[in-house]
Design a protein around this ligand. Structure first.
Ligand SMILES: [Fe+2]
Ligand SMILES: [Fe+2]
Length: 117
């Protein structure tokens, strides 16, 4: 199972990095918002998959994992909604920060969590 999730994590990161690269290189907020929605949708799918796998494998602490996922989704949703600020440079900075948080989560929360299931 951990092998499947490793592949899923690789695919997730490739996708998030590609969309972030796109956002970093467009000049304007309109396309950027749709691009963030794409990341949001993909990250939600990823978290749902992990929570389903954890439940199916009898993890007792799925709620802990879900809480951490919700925190990351809130962070990204807040970035998406704060685009009304029209501060594109700040938006790019916060998105880059989110990508780091997501990578940290996958490495330091998911990997140990799923390794023991
Ligand atoms: Fe993950
Ligand atoms: Fe996760």
């Amino acid at each position: 199972m951990i092998d499947d999730l490793n592949e899923e994590h690789e695919s997730l990161h490739m996708m998030v990095d590609s969309v972030l690269f796109f956002i970093q290189n467009v000049n304007g907020n309109v396309v950027g918002r749709d691009a963030i929605d794409i990341i949001l949708k993909r990250v939600k799918e990823h978290f749902t998959l992990e929570e389903q796998v954890a439940s199916a494998r009898g993890a007792q602490d799925v709620a802990v994992l879900k809480k951490e996922h919700d925190r990351l989704l809130d962070e990204l949703t807040e970035i998406r909604n704060s685009r009304e600020l029209h501060d594109f440079a700040e938006l790019k900075r916060r998105l880059a920060e989110f990508a780091k948080d997501l990578e940290f989560h996958n490495r330091h929360v998911d990997d140990p969590f799923f390794k023991r299931l």
